[in-house]
Ligand binder design. Sequence first.
Ligand SMILES: Cc1cc2nc3c(=O)[nH]c(=O)nc-3n(C[C@H](O)[C@H](O)[C@H](O)COP(=O)(O)OP(=O)(O)OC[C@H]3O[C@@H](n4cnc5c(N)ncnc54)[C@H](O)[C@@H]3O)c2cc1C
Length: 595
Amino acid sequence: MADYNAPLREFRFVLHELHDAPGVFGELPGFEEVDRELIHAVLEEGARVCEEVVAPLNRSSDEEGCRLDPEGVRTPPGFPQAYDALREGGWFAMATAPEHGGQGLPHTLEVFFEEMLQSACVSFSLYSGLTRGAYIAMSRHGSEALRRSFLPHMGSGEWTGVMCLSEPHCGTDLGLVRTRAEPDGDGGYRVRGTKIFITGGDQDLTENIVHLVLARLPDAPPGVKGISMIAVPKRLPGANGTLGERNAVEVSSIEQKMGIKGACTCVVNYENAAGWLVGEPHRGLQAMFSMMNHERLMVGQQGLALAETAYQNAARYARERLQGRALSGPAAPDQPADPIIVHPDVRRMLLTARAGNEAARALFAWVSLEVDVAERHPDPGRREEAGDLVALLTPVIKAYFTDHGFEACNLCQQVLGGHGYIREWGMEQLVRDVRIAQIYEGANGIHALDLVGRKLPMHGGRPIKRYLARLAGFLAAHRADPAMAEFTAPLEHAVADLEEATRWIGDAASRDPEEVGAASYDYLRLMGLTALGHMWARSAGVALNQVNGDNSGFYEAKLATARFFMKRLLPATGSLKRTLSAGADALMTMDAESF
Ligand SMILES: Cc1cc2nc3c(=O)[nH]c(=O)nc-3n(C[C@H](O)[C@H](O)[C@H](O)COP(=O)(O)OP(=O)(O)OC[C@H]3O[C@@H](n4cnc5c(N)ncnc54)[C@H](O)[C@@H]3O)c2cc1C
């Protein structure tokens, strides 16, 4: 079984030393009290809960999976008890508004807890993770009456929330949604249709589940401009906060799948189910984006979270497994062979995982703080700037982090050789579990299209200009520092590649949209690598200031990992720039029949 220890030292580095999270919170009304001690206390206790209560369920949830009984879906043994324990401990209400009974803590703190929860057992984390997104959508778009009757329950985790978009004939292209919602003459709606792949569509963790369903009203125009969001609870809210009768929401089957077996994936039929409109008619996709943007970041973080667990286990194994001798001569002459950590290729695999993980966490923390700033900063200009950065980097986090997560889990499985392929060690489960993150919440290719097609031209290019200005500002501030040259010089190349590629995309967009589509994935990877390079250069700057006088080895390891990233991973921006500008012909000339 794969073990997990929350990387609390890393968390402290990222939140306090790199980003000065308490300083950021100090500028945000309502968060002034969130200081180092509070952050530390929350994360330390969160780590204990994830390691002791949740992680032990990971293996058994994969073995036992979910099942569909006549009464509904049964989650794996231990899930209901663990869910209750976390709910009672207030872990699902950390960032819930105090008026809904929550603790009103920053989003950033909640997502650091989320990382631990996902590393410990990603299947378990999905029930509360989706609820969070549904809570956000309902808070932003629900009517006063809906908010009053739903949010205190959803905000505590007493009820869960799920997102219901996909239908048998429609996944990426939501303009094809067929589920219908007819007014019931009493201010509500009756929903008919079938949704597939609904994560948490039913479960035995909570008494109620709020389905946020995309459906068409009778007067809906065709396409995505005719979709509305309807809240369809499994049980109808009764008087005075009690639960009323069962709604016509039926799960007809659950999917057998490659991974995340503890998170049930349901086919849900709405058979004239009662529901209420959330937000405005025909503007359901906009309302759903409040949920989807949250979930996209969460799914991106899944890549990091599972890669972290994989790395921890592979690094431990590599220090213990004895095979072969170091090329430079025996490293452990008293042993029959050296530990495999001596071999350059094993180090390549471990460092690729580690360098991606640490920089991804640093970037995720930066973007999470910007989410808090975008919501609370008193200066509207600062809020706007933060919103731009979050919008630009969300598709990068979703796609780049999950690609990294899959690559890192694969590499770490490889470090265990044949044992990595055997169930007992838990590595093959990580590979299976992480794979879905590249697919759901929009397949990664769609995020690349979102980046080039929507985010680059957004507000006349303001987000990308602001981001490039931040990168340029960092380089200008550190270019003259000789100690930083080994980090800033490679970053300078990457930023130049990103600038050139961005100009190329802009030119191509006016020439031929197919060129942009063909370039989109490489462009997203280029931006992801550059963003991680920026985080590594910043991290190296902090480490250089601290390394003398530190005998824990923490900052030395930080610098060594930064050097690996700069020398072995970041130069790929050059080849990405060349491939993305190679044009669409190489992809598009072959006839469909010839495939
Ligand atoms: C385990 C699991 C859990 C899920 N949970 C949920 C959930 O809770 N709620 C929910 O609503 N859905 C859920 N989904 C559905 C998931 O979001 C979709 O599967 C995903 O968005 C892709 O849609 P699709 O499967 O229909 O693929 P398609 O849309 O058929 O796409 C197939 C491939 O074609 C590519 N493609 C499609 N259109 C384009 C285009 N215009 N340009 C370029 N490439 C394109 C895609 O990138 C993809 O690689 C889940 C799916 C799974 C497997």
